[in-house]
Design a protein. Structure first.
Length: 238
C-alpha cells in the first residue's frame, strides 16, 4: 500500500519532468558521423560521480594545475586510437563539513541542507568506476555518448566549478578543491552532476535532480532517448 501511495504521488512529477527536460538541439545526442566521446555516471545511495575514461594512469590533473581554468578545455587528450581505457578520471561534489570534517549526524544533515555551506569538488583517478567500488550500495551506472563539443563543454564547466586550484585535502587517489558554489538543498551532488551533464546537452533538469530517485529517473529517460536515436562511435571513440 505504501509503495502504491508513493507511486501515485510521484507520477505527476514524472510527467512534469518528461515535459520540461529536453535535449539541447544539435548538441545531444551526437551525430553518428562525428567524433564521439564516452562518459560514465555513477550513482550510489548518496553520491553522484561523473567519469572520463583514460587509456592509462596519468597526470592530466597535475598538468591542468599549471594552466588557468580558461585553458583547461584546450589540454591534450591522453587517449590513443584503439587503446582500452583502464583508468577513469572522476568528478564529484560534497559538503566540506560532512565529507571531510566528519561533522555528521542529524545536526549535520540539517546544516548541510538548510544553510548554504562550503562545498568541495572531488577529482580523482581510479581503476574502477565509483558504481563498482562504492561502500554505499545499491549503485547504478549510466553510459552516455557525447559529441566533441558536448564533451569539451562538460570539461570546461566542471573545471569552472572549482574556486581555487590548490587542493584543500586528499584521500588516496582523490583530491578535494574548494567549490565556487555553496552546498545546500537546491545544490547537492545530484544537482551538481545534473548541471554539468546539461552543459553537454543531455535532457536533464537540474532543479528536479533533488535526490537520487529523481536524478536516476532522468538518467534512465536519457538512456531511453539515446536508444531511440542511436549513435555509431567512430574508431577514435574513447
Amino acid at each position: 500500500m505504501r509503495r502504491f501511495v508513493c507511486a501515485i504521488a510521484v507520477f505527476p512529477l514524472m510527467v512534469l519532468l518528461s515535459a520540461c527536460a529536453l535535449p539541447v538541439e544539435k548538441l545531444w545526442p551526437p551525430a553518428a558521423d562525428t567524433h564521439i566521446r564516452t562518459i560514465y555516471v555513477s550513482l550510489d545511495t548518496w553520491h553522484a560521480m561523473i567519469a572520463f575514461p583514460l587509456d592509462k594512469k596519468k597526470t592530466e590533473w597535475a598538468e591542468q594545475q599549471a594552466h588557468p581554468p580558461s585553458q583547461l578545455s584546450t589540454l591534450r587528450d591522453h587517449s590513443s586510437i584503439g587503446a582500452q581505457p583502464t583508468y577513469y578520471e572522476e568528478w564529484g561534489y560534497a559538503e566540506r563539513a560532512w565529507y571531510l570534517e566528519g561533522r555528521r549526524g542529524v545536526t549535520g544533515a540539517v546544516r548541510a541542507l538548510l544553510w548554504p555551506t562550503e562545498g568541495v569538488v572531488e577529482v580523482g583517478q581510479f581503476d574502477r568506476l565509483w558504481a563498482e567500488r562504492t561502500p554505499q550500495p545499491p549503485s547504478d551506472l549510466f553510459v552516455f555518448k557525447l559529441s566533441e563539443q558536448g564533451y569539451r563543454r562538460l570539461r570546461r564547466h566542471l573545471a569552472a566549478t572549482i574556486q581555487n586550484h590548490e587542493a584543500v585535502a586528499s584521500s588516496g587517489e582523490a583530491q578535494f578543491f574548494t567549490a565556487r558554489q555553496a552546498y545546500h538543498l537546491f545544490h547537492t551532488c545530484h544537482q551538481y552532476a545534473a548541471h554539468s551533464l546539461r552543459e553537454a546537452g543531455l535532457p536533464l533538469s537540474p532543479f528536479w535532480a533533488f535526490n537520487r530517485m529523481t536524478f536516476a529517473w532522468q538518467l534512465r529517460r536519457a538512456v531511453r532517448l539515446a536508444e531511440v536515436q542511436p549513435t555509431a562511435a567512430l574508431p577514435s571513440d574513447l
